[in-house]
Design a binder for this molecule. Sequence first.
Ligand SMILES: Cc1cc2nc3c(=O)[nH]c(=O)nc-3n(C[C@H](O)[C@H](O)[C@H](O)COP(=O)(O)OP(=O)(O)OC[C@H]3O[C@@H](n4cnc5c(N)ncnc54)[C@H](O)[C@@H]3O)c2cc1C
Length: 434
Amino acid sequence: MSAPQETLHLVGVGIGPANLSLAALLHGNDRVTKTFLDRKKTFEWHAGIMVPDAHMQVHFLKDLVTPVDPTNPFTFLAFAVEARRLYRLLITGRSRVPRREFEQYCRWAADRVDDVRFGVTVEGIQWDGSAFVVHTDDAPIRARNIVTGTGLVPQLPGCAQGHAPEQVFHASQLLDVPRDLSRRRVAVVGGGQSGAEIVHYLLGAEAGRPERIVWGSRRPNLFPLDDSPFVEEHYLPNYSRHFHGQPAARRDLLNEQQRMSSDGVSVDLLRAVYRRLYDLELLEGVERPCEVLVDHQLLRIDRERGGLLTTWRAGSGELVREQVDVVVCATGYRHGLPPVLDALRDRLPHPDELDVRADFSVTWDGPPENRIHVQNAARRHFGVADPNLSLLAWRSAVIANSLLGHRRYDVDAVSGAVTWSLAGERRPVGALGT
Ligand SMILES: Cc1cc2nc3c(=O)[nH]c(=O)nc-3n(C[C@H](O)[C@H](O)[C@H](O)COP(=O)(O)OP(=O)(O)OC[C@H]3O[C@@H](n4cnc5c(N)ncnc54)[C@H](O)[C@@H]3O)c2cc1C
């Protein structure tokens, strides 16, 4: 391994929307020497589950930069204008664009923003006594600060582990390889947005529907995403700050109570699945195209000749068995220590539960001027908005200010209808000049 040369101000690991947002906010600032790295060859956004009809769950103005800097060159509007599609976009009346369009936008930004490098895998990060050493499959890089934006790790239930990957796999891998699921029996596990998107996709599969779909969720029903107005204020900087100031036990409780504002299924999608089931069953005469098993938890998957035997436990305690050929686990993602920080584990006070400060840097036992910032790894500290795109630009702006050592971006409280606490909160004025 060759010795690293110059020491950069910053290495960003991962170029998903989170670090792309930070790169966009630092674009053109030559005082901060930096590089952002991603193992993918080019920008891709959850490509393994990019089913054709998937739509964003947030407004397109909650893009990489607009909420903190609408004059930045990498706004969604700048993309739409450059792509000569703004008028048509407006005619569609969409505020939540297709996910493929958000990916196009991010790729457009990634092609233009400074200091991003694709096709480089970060293997680990160490501290050499005076700087971080970022080990990659190319040359190592020294840096004074690190920002991880490596996303979340797909989570399979215990009973789904150890099976043949073409038979049992995570939803995030659905489209990674060509799969012919026509005339197969498919179980989809999980009643969140991804589970619903996959069922919707399978029911409308152009190449042929599966012979049978079993859609199981341990939740008591398929619940909608709650994006009603006051609940939406959980996705404002004000609430994130307030949440960060609460004791850990209360934060955990609040995250649990607010789960359906992030883990539910968008109502439009629920309606689309419902209508598709209606049409298939009642208009086309397809017998039970999808068995919807709510309040059923997947317990076992056993290999048996000709397929897989899935065992589910209903809320009543009854066991239900379903024979299938394929199990798709839309069972979410694991939050916690980003794997690239594993080698620094001993230097963190609580490696399994990061201690994340208000500027998104983690407590570690190294020099305080050398910081490890984390993006999308602090749901426990900042609440349901942390893994979401709503506060993406704000979080990047907070990190940018911290790295720059001055208030380059205004990240103070914004106007909000809800008072989270009267104690010590400074309310912004309601209108400019008042
Ligand atoms: C299918 C799906 C749809 C979603 N839709 C929405 C939505 O509509 N609205 C919303 O608010 N939120 C949505 N989310 C939640 C969240 O906004 C996204 O997951 C978002 O992509 C998170 O961005 P990120 O940059 O943190 O991580 P990711 O987008 O996961 O990016 C992480 C990047 O890090 C790279 N990487 C990881 N490890 C390494 C390494 N060791 N070396 C180099 N590179 C590495 C990966 O290749 C990847 O490109 C969605 C999530 C999923 C899974």
